[in-house]
Design a protein around this ligand. Structure first.
Ligand code: XMP
Length: 510
C-alpha cells in the first residue's frame, strides 16, 4: 500500500492535510517532526513527505526542524507554509521576517507551469497565513508562484522532486488546494490510490483472528460511534469471545440503550451486558447542581461500575478501546499502553490491570470510522448519529438532576429531533438537542394557571466543534416543535430557541 508521511511542525491544519490525502485513497500517517528517523522513513516505505506549517520562524531559538538526512532519501517532499520555508532554509535559501509584508487570508496567487500546478488556472485564490517568506531561493530551485506581496509564493526543484508552497492547499479557502495535493501525490509521488476502508476492515478482521486466537476481550461501549464500530469489527474476528459492557447510567437519550442493544444483540449477535446503574448514578447526583461536580460524579461512578463488571468477568485479560487517530495524535504519542479516558468522562484506574490493550481503530479518522461502520453493515442512523457528551443528559438538565426532569427532557429532546428529521433539516445542523433549564414560568392552559419548566432548543452548524454557528431553523418548524413540547410534555410550560454562537457561548449549556 502506498503511503505518504506528514511531518508535523506544529501547524493548525496537520490533521486536515492527512485527511485530504486519505480522501484520495492514499494512506497517510502523521509523525512529530522529531519522532521518525530517516531510517524509519525508508523502512516504512513512504512515497512522499509533506512538511506541515507551524508557528515558528526558521531562525528563532525555538524553531523546530528535522534531520537534514530526510532530504537525502530521494523521496519527494512538499513543504507547506513553515514547511516550505524550512525546506528552503535547509537547502541553503534565505528566509526573511517580513512583518510589514505579512499576508493573512484569501490572496490571489499567480502560478506558473509546474507538475504541482497541473490543470490549475494561472491565477486563483489561496489561503495565506504567514509573516516570514523566502527571499533567496536555494540553488537549483525556481519560483513557480507569486503574489503582490510575496515574490516566492511557491518553489520547485524538479530534479529532486522537492516543492514548497507558502499558502495552505489543505484548507477549503484555497480554490484549487485539493487539486494541488492531488498533483503532489499522484503526478509527483506516483502513488496508487489503494487505501480502501473495505480492505482495512478485512485486514483488521484477519489480523485479530490470528492475534487473539481463543482469547477473550472486554470492550466498554460508550453509546458513541467509535466503540460501537470497534465492537462490530472485533466481533467479526472473534465472535462470542468479545464481551461488551454498556453501563446504563440513565442519562442516555430516549430509546438509545434499546437501539444499541438491538444492533449488538439482534443484528450482530454480540455478547452484551447492560449494567443497570441508573439508581446508583441518580442517587449520587442528588442535590448536586454544579456542572463540573456532576461530571466528576459520573466519571467516578462509571469507573466503579466498569471495574465491578471487569472483576465479574475475571478471566478477561485483554481490553479493547475505540480510540481513533485524532485521540492518538492529540495525546502526543503513538499507540499507547496507557488506558485512555473512557466514556470521555474519566480514566480507568491504574489498579485495573489488563495484560494487553487493543485499539483497532487507532489509525482512522472519524469520517473513516463512519465509512467502516457502514461497510460493516451498521444502520446508517447509528453511524451518523450526532456527538453526545460523555456525562449524557445530566449536563442538559440545568441544576439538580432527577428522574422526573430527565423524563421531561428525554421527551422534549425526542420531539425536537423527530421534527427536524421529518422536515429534512438535520443536515443543516451538526448537533441539535433540547435542554431543560431550571427556570419556571407562568402560563395558562385552558382556564388554569400553569407554572412549568422552560425548555431551550439548541441547533448548531460546525466543522470541528471548536466554533459553531446557531442554525437558522425555519419558524414553522420551531413553532411545530414548541406546540408539541408544550402539549405533550407534562411539566413544561415554555420553549425558547438558543440564538448564541460559539464563542461566546459553548455548544452545551453546562
Ligand atoms: P462545548 O459545550 O464545549 O461542546 O462547546 C463541544 C462538543 O463537545 C461535546 N461535549 C462533551 N463531550 N464529554 C464529552 O464527551 C463532555 O463532558 C462534553 N462536554 C461537551 C458537546 O456535546 C459538543 O459536541
Amino acid at each position: 500500500m502506498d503511503k505518504i508521511l506528514v511531518l508535523d511542525f506544529g501547524g493548525q491544519y496537520d490533521q486536515l492535510i492527512a485527511r485530504r490525502i486519505r480522501n484520495e485513497n492514499v494512506y497517510t500517517q502523521i509523525y512529530d517532526h522529531d519522532a521518525i528517523t530517516p531510517d524509519m522513513i525508508l523502512e516504512q516505505g513512504y512515497k512522499g513527505i509533506v512538511f506541515t506549517g507551524g508557528p515558528n520562524s526558521v531562525y528563532s531559538d525555538s524553531s523546530i526542524s528535522c534531520s537534514k538526512k530526510i532530504l537525502e532519501l530521494g523521496i519527494p517532499i512538499l513543504g507547506i507554509c513553515y514547511g516550505h520555508q524550512l525546506l528552503a532554509h535547509l537547502e541553503g535559501g534565505k528566509i526573511i521576517a517580513a512583518k510589514e509584508r505579512s499576508e493573512y487570508g484569501k490572496t490571489i496567487v499567480h502560478m506558473e507551469d509546474s507538475p504541482l500546478f497541473k490543470d490549475v488556472p494561472k491565477e486563483s485564490v489561496c489561503w495565506m497565513s504567514h509573516s516570514d517568506q523566502t527571499q533567496i531561493l536555494p540553488e537549483g530551485y525556481r519560483a513557480i508562484a507569486h503574489t503582490d506581496n510575496c515574490a516566492i509564493a511557491a518553489m520547485e526543484c524538479q530534479e529532486k522532486n522537492f516543492y514548497g508552497v507558502q499558502f495552505h492547499p489543505e484548507v477549503t479557502h484555497t480554490q484549487y488546494g485539493t487539486k494541488i495535493l492531488f498533483n503532489f501525490i499522484f503526478e509527483i509521488c506516483k502513488c496508487d490510490p489503494d487505501w480502501r476502508i473495505e480492505d482495512f476492515a478485512q485486514r483488521q478482521i484477519e489480523r485479530y483472528k490470528q492475534e487473539l486466537g481463543s482469547d477473550h476481550v472486554l470492550l466498554g461501549l460508550s453509546g458513541g460511534v467509535d466503540s460501537l464500530v470497534c465492537g462490530i469489527l472485533l466481533s467479526k474476528a472473534i465472535g462470542k469471545n468479545l464481551h461488551c459492557v454498556l453501563v446504563d447510567h440513565g442519562l442516555f437519550r430516549m430509546n438509545e440503550v434499546q437501539e444499541i442493544e438491538k444492533t449488538m444483540r439482534k443484528d450482530f449477535d454480540i455478547d452484551l451486558t447492560i449494567v443497570n446503574a441508573k439508581d446508583r448514578f441518580l442517587s449520587h447526583l442528588q442535590g448536586v447542581k454544579e456542572p463540573e461536580a456532576k461530571r466528576k460524579i459520573i466519571g467516578e461512578d462509571f469507573i466503579r461500575v466498569f471495574e465491578e463488571e471487569a472483576k465479574r468477568l475475571k478471566d478477561i485479560r485483554i481490553l479493547a478501546q475505540g480510540t481513533i487517530y485524532p485521540d492518538v495524535i492529540e495525546s502526543g504519542k503513538g499507540s499507547s499502553a496507557t488506558i485512555k479516558s473512557h466514556h470521555n468522562v474519566g480514566g480507568l484506574p491504574d489498579r485495573m490491570r489488563f495484560e494487553k490493550i487493543i485499539e483497532p481503530l487507532n489509525t482512522l479518522f472519524k469520517d473513516e470510522v463512519r465509512k467502516l461502520g457502514l461497510q460493516l453493515g451498521i444502520d446508517r442512523k447509528l453511524v451518523y448519529r450526532q456527538p453526545f457528551p460523555g456525562p449524557g443528559l445530566s449536563i442538559r438538565v440545568i441544576g439538580e438532576v432527577n428522574e422526573e426532569k430527565l423524563e421531561m427532557l428525554k421527551k422534549a429532546d425526542a420531539i425536537f429531533r423527530e421534527e427536524l428529521e421529518k422536515a429534512n433539516l438535520s443536515p443543516m445542523s451538526d448537533q441539535y438537542f433540547a435542554i431543560l433549564t431550571d427556570t419556571k414560568s407562568v402560563g395558562v392552559k385552558g382556564d388554569a394557571r400553569t407554572y412549568g419548566f422552560t425548555v431551550a432548543l439548541r441547533a448548531v452548524r460546525t466543522d470541528d466543534f471548536m466554533t459553531a454557528e446557531w442554525s437558522r431553523l425555519p419558524y414553522e418548524v420551531l413553532e411545530k416543535v414548541s406546540g408539541r413540547i408544550t402539549n405533550e410534555v407534562e411539566g413544561v410550560g415554555r420553549v425558547v430557541y438558543d440564538i448564541t454562537s460559539k464563542p461566546p457561548a459553548t455548544v452545551e449549556w453546562e
